[in-house]
Design a protein around this ligand. Structure first.
Ligand code: ACO
Length: 431
């Protein structure tokens, strides 16, 4: 954190308080209010943390106005085009692009940790068959704390490293098993001769009864989906992971908390909600009706896959995702896909409507990801688990950064209390 010579002055009740300011390497300056309560006796009020920086970070930078997303300085479109998921994982975790040797070593370490403890299979079998795979993931990832005791001591850097690799390596296996379990097929074990994305596709779609060849174009598209979701700064699930970890809780429990937060339809659940919405609209001639509903203040309906807390111009990931959707549908020979047709026309209709443009509501990454995943053969219930497995590296990188930070404190927000002041207990017969 670099100090500036600038200070901010807060004046109230005839008194002034000087607050230090800090300059980031990119983005707006921040006013340091850490001593505010001690010195001035007031809190700040910021529900949803729209104006609050809760940590220092060197991992990901977003300029929502410019539609810019950088991992360790590298733009996401360059990473999606030229790199691949495991290389991006290395970059997020360790801060620099790896040399060929470092990448090979990292890939080997991840590949050799993809199997899960065999006894965890019994844990899967305890779930109902119709459980949502996200419910299974929250449970199973939390349960990793009970299986990998040798990597739960957060004060040991080596254990933190082992936990990080385990989480990144095992998440595809867990997500694929959650899927296989809900459809009643045998679990497919990981294979070390497959790359990360191909391995996941294989574990989801192979069956013991026949050979399964992974289509390299689909593997590339899968890898791109992982890459585009790898990290996104201090979003709701990442902040959840940081807050849970700030108490010193073990990494598996904290990542399970992140998965729980991601599940919501305003966050990671939006890709499932978006595809369901596109299917419900069903045909381009019903688009005006849904646009009107989205604009109606008295209707809770929102256009899923539209709008973003930070991007107020365009979501750079959405551009790459749209291109990928075209490639995948073309490869699979899915022409005139009705969902894609509705998506394209809905996007055009919303972008031509002042309600959306004035509120700076543009398609986000989830608007097109569901179409690709559906074309690959995934049911909608798997969309959010795929997001969770992709985001695991982001959660883990942010967690590692936080634990290693000597300034780390337990997270403990304040409140603007609006309840009753102290009153005496009333006996039940007098109420
Ligand atoms: N459809 C219709 N109106 C919308 C939408 C939408 N998708 N999104 C925002 N608005 C409107 C709001 O009603 C509000 O209107 P008002 O100013 O008249 O009250 C205005 O735009 C601002 O919206 P907020 O909810 O205040 O914006 P916020 O930044 O808090 O919300 C969010 C961002 C949650 C993503 C929101 O746009 C949304 O619900 N979108 C749909 C869900 C979605 O796609 N989520 C995925 C996010 S990306 C991700 O997690 C990977």
């Amino acid at each position: 954190m670099s100090d500036t010579n600038k200070t901010a002055t807060l004046t109230f009740d005839g008194k002034s308080f000087e607050l230090p300011m800090h300059s980031p390497t990119a983005g707006p300056d921040v006013i340091d209010i850490r001593k505010l309560y001690g010195e001035a006796g007031v809190f700040t009020y910021d529900p949803g943390f729209t104006s609050t920086a809760a940590c220092d970070s060197t991992i990901t930078y977003i300029d929502g106005g410019k539609g810019e997303l950088l991992h360790r300085g590298y733009p996401i479109d360059q990473l999606a085009e030229k790199s691949h998921y495991l290389e991006v994982c290395y970059l997020l975790l360790y801060g620099e692009l790896p040399s060929a040797e470092q990448l090979e070593d990292f890939e080997t370490r991840v590949t050799r940790h993809t199997m899960i403890h065999e006894q965890m299979i019994n844990f899967f079998r305890g779930f109902r068959r119709d459980a949502h795979p996200m419910a299974v993931m929250v449970g199973v990832v939390g349960a990793m704390s009970a299986f990998y005791h040798d990597s739960t001591d957060v004060n040991d850097p080596w254990q933190r490293e082992v936990a990080s690799i385990r989480l990144i390596a095992k998440m595809p296996t867990i997500a694929a098993m959650a899927y296989k379990y809900t459809i009643g097929q045998p679990f497919v074990y990981p294979r070390n001769d497959c790359d990360y994305a191909s391995n996941f596709l294989r574990m989801c779609f192979a069956v013991p009864a026949e050979d399964y060849e992974v289509n390299p174009i689909l593997a590339r598209a899968m890898d791109r989906i992982f890459t585009l979701h790898a990290d996104h700064e201090q979003n709701a699930s990442t902040s959840t992971v940081r807050l849970a970890s700030s108490s010193g809780a073990n990494p598996f429990a904290c990542i399970a908390a992140g998965i729980a937060c991601l599940w919501g339809p305003a966050h990671g659940g939006a890709n499932q909600a978006c595809l369901e919405m596109l299917r419900e609209i069903g045909s381009p001639n019903r688009i005006p009706e849904y646009i009107e509903r989205a604009k109606d203040k008295n209707d809770p309906f929102r256009l899923m896959g539209f709008g973003h807390r930070v991007y107020k111009n365009f979501d750079p990931r959405a551009k790459v995702m749209k291109q990928s959707a075209d490639e995948v549908l073309d490869l699979l020979g899915i022409e005139n896909n009705p969902t894609l047709q509705v998506a394209k026309e809905l996007e055009a209709a919303a972008l031509a409507d002042p309600y959306f443009t004035e509120k700076k509501l543009f398609p986000n990454v989830d608007f097109y990801s569901g179409i690709i995943l559906e074309a690959m053969g995934f049911p909608t219930s798997m969309f959010t688990p795929i997001f969770a497995l992709s985001r695991t590296v982001g959660w883990v990188s942010q967690w590692k950064e936080m634990i290693a930070d000597p300034a780390m404190k337990i997270g403990r927000p304040r409140q603007l209390y609006q309840g009753e002041t102290m009153r005496d207990y009333v006996d039940i017969e007098n109420r």
